[in-house]
Design a protein around this ligand. Structure first.
Ligand code: C2E
Ligand code: CA
Ligand code: CA
Length: 634
């Protein structure tokens, strides 16, 4: 009878253990399925790693299927208990709370590399938990015990015998007696390292820019939104610096995306170098970066950082043997003064950034309310420019260029004007920048070249010979692959002698790709087209360019002419510039000559030509025709 009772107890105990085991296994399956479902949902968001995940999903399904099969085999015998423990993918364990011991299934060796007895002491497990996870895992266990929670899951890292860490999903079951004391504890560990790795990859794709590795716009939105909440609570402030690289488009267009990407990567690295613990750099689309500055920065501090950012990009970046000078324009906003939401802050920072672009680039601007509609205006302006081109609203004015010694007209500079049907006469300074930014300058520029060449041909045909027409060309135009072909075929089609055309370039064309520009200008020069460096003296390395470029002429910027106040002003640089240019065999044109005094100075210093209000403002073609008739008659 006694033996019979013992047998019954034994069978009951066995059945009970098996039931618990089945429960844990089913619970694991449930968690695995949930993890699998989550993963699949994320996969849909990110098709790029879709296939990879499908593969692992299938693997996971296979494992689960295997597990279910094993369970089905589960019978009443004790042997089967061991079989299940050994054949599941998980580590099954049991804690002996009285003797402070822990027993693991054989899988602990396969997954972590330890023999069960190496971790026998109950507390040894805690010595292999990742230091960053240890505290909250302990807290979690305490919470489970204190609150008498039967089953609890954790995800944390555990050190393998090899020293590497693995992510485990821990499923712990506690049993309590009627006094609330823990009587038994057991559970299972599932190796979820692969799953975690994939999640990390998904995170990286979703939150980080693939070129620079910096957090992206999605992440920025999250971080800034959190910061807004935080600052609203503790009455604090933060700043955003919105940076946009100047003329990056040219580099991408002329050197290709590979070079563009390398440049962005290097730019990102340089930015990161100047950050402190309160600053984070983000990469938005295209060539935009954002710096977040936390902890209530003062305006003066942000100004210092902005200057440091400009400086960090000041030295040229070398990529595959080419040197690139990258500058940027930025706009600065403060929370809460300049906006209460992420979208508002970003929009206003963008507006301030545009202001920097407008004021000549390579600078920073603090946002101010009056700028509000500026961005909108710009978009409208760009749309209007397309309409203007279609409706032929552009017109060329011409300003005579005079030979200083002879006092006779030697050329004309073509200067564009926009006659808007509603807004009337618009000067180029108001729209060339926007046209360059939207790229429509390429079409406008082609129109200018064709129109100026046609006009030159008409003057030539009227019998006036010793002159040239000067045309302003934007950097973006020169960067176009077909630029030289276009110029050469235009003059050929029109039948204009090439020496009657002068192309005016500014130093901005050289900032991106010196070699390419030089090659193109050489083709033009070889075809007898003249080239002038416009606005000479404004840039920072004019002398270097003057020597390297295949130019015939420099045009001294108006600001230098303005400096000529009196005859014996020895401080004026203009005389030295003329001297230097002459030594290099270049022609010199003085621009914006308004007084006789200035003209006399130029004459004395051997300047070849000049243009300015002293003789004539830019005027419509008909007035030039009249002027020429008079000149030919005299
Ligand atoms: P820029 O090439 O430096 O042209 C000279 C500017 O100085 C012209 O302004 C001209 O009207 C002005 N100017 C000439 N003499 C005097 C003077 O004695 N006093 C004063 N105060 N100003 C004088 P404008 O026509 O408004 O053109 C401004 C700028 O717009 C040009 O500067 C040029 O960079 C650009 N631009 C004009 N036409 C074109 C074009 O067809 N294509 C491109 N890409 N840019 C153009
Ligand atoms: Ca010019
Ligand atoms: Ca000029």
């Amino acid at each position: 009878m006694k033996i019979y009772n013992v047998l019954i107890y034994f069978v009951i105990a066995l059945i009970f253990s098996l039931l618990i085991l089945i429960y844990i296994l089913l619970r694991n399956i449930q968690l695995r399925t949930r993890a699998e479902k989550e993963l699949r949902m994320k996969n849909e968001e990110l098709t790029a790693i879709y296939e990879e995940n499908i593969a692992s999903d299938e693997e996971l399904k296979e494992n689960i299927h295997e597990l279910i099969q094993k369970q089905e085999e589960l019978g009443r015998s004790g042997d089967r208990y061991r079989i299940v423990a050994e054949s599941t993918m998980d580590i099954i364990w049991e804690g002996d709370l009285i003797n402070k011991k822990r027993f693991f299934s054989e899988k602990v060796y396969d997954i972590l590399g330890y023999k069960s007895w190496e971790l026998e002491d109950l507390d040894l497990w805690f010595t292999i938990i990742h230091p960053e996870d240890l505290e909250w895992v302990k807290e979690g266990i305490k919470h489970q015990v204190d609150e008498k929670i039967a089953l609890k899951t954790f995800e944390y890292r555990v050190k393998c015998k090899t020293g590497n860490y693995k992510w485990l999903l821990s499923n712990t079951k506690c049993e309590f007696d009627e006094n609330g004391r823990g009587t038994a504890v057991f559970g299972a560990f599932t190796d979820i390292s692969e799953l975690k790795e994939q999640q990390q990859k998904i995170n990286n794709l979703a939150y980080y820019d693939s070129v620079t590795g910096l957090p992206n716009r999605v992440r920025l939105r999250e971080v800034v939104s959190d910061e807004i909440e935080n600052c609203a609570e503790i009455n604090s402030k933060f700043a955003l610096i919105f940076m946009d690289l100047d003329n990056f488009k040219y580099i991408n267009d002329s050197y290709g995306h590979m070079t563009g990407d390398k440049l962005l990567l290097e730019t990102g690295k340089r930015l990161v170098r100047i950050l402190n613990e309160n600053m984070t750099a983000f990469k938005l689309g295209g060539d935009e970066f954002i710096i977040l500055i936390k902890a209530s920065p003062l305006k003066e501090e942000v100004e210092v950082y902005s200057k440091a950012l400009l400086e960090s990009l000041a030295s040229p970046i070398s990529i595959d043997g080419d040197m690139f000078h990258v500058t940027h324009s930025s706009g600065i906003v403060f929370y809460p003064e300049n906006g209460l939401s992420f979208d508002e802050l970003l929009k206003n920072a963008d507006t301030a950034m545009y202001k920097s672009k407008e004021s000549g680039k390579n600078t920073y601007t603090f946002y101010h309310r009056v700028m509000g509609n500026l961005a909108m205006e710009k978009i409208k302006m760009q749309a209007n420019l397309e309409i203007a081109l279609e409706n032929k609203e552009f017109l060329l004015y011409y300003q005579p260029i005079i030979d200083v010694a002879l006092g006779k007209i030697t050329g004309f500079e073509a200067l564009i004007r926009w006659i808007h049907p509603k807004n009337g006469f618009i000067f180029p300074d108001r729209f060339i920048g926007a046209a360059e930014e939207s790229g429509i300058i390429i079409q406008i520029g082609k129109w200018v070249i064709i129109s100026a060449c046609k006009y030159a041909k008409s003057i030539y045909d009227s019998g006036f010979r010793n002159f040239y027409i000067s045309v302003n060309v934007s950097a973006l135009q020169i960067m176009q692959k077909d630029f030289t072909d276009f110029v050469l075929s235009t003059i050929e089609d029109i039948g204009l002698p090439a020496e009657l055309i002068l192309i005016e370039i500014t130093e901005s064309v050289l900032v991106e790709s010196m070699d390419l520009v030089i090659a193109k200008l050489n083709i033009l020069k070889d075809n007898n087209i003249k080239i002038a460096l416009d606005d000479f003296g404004c840039g920072y390395s004019s002398l270097t360019y003057m020597r390297m470029l295949p130019i015939n002429t420099i045009k001294i910027d108006k600001s230098f002419i303005d400096d000529i106040k009196s005859e014996d002003d020895v401080k004026s640089l203009t005389g030295n510039i003329i001297l230097l240019a002459k030594q290099l065999g270049l022609n010199v044109i003085g621009e914006g000559v308004e007084t006789q005094e200035q003209l006399d100075y130029l004459k004395r210093h051997g300047c070849d030509m000049f243009q300015g209000y002293l003789v004539s403002k830019p005027v419509p073609a008909v007035e030039i025709d009249n002027l020429l008739k008079r000149e030919m008659a005299s």
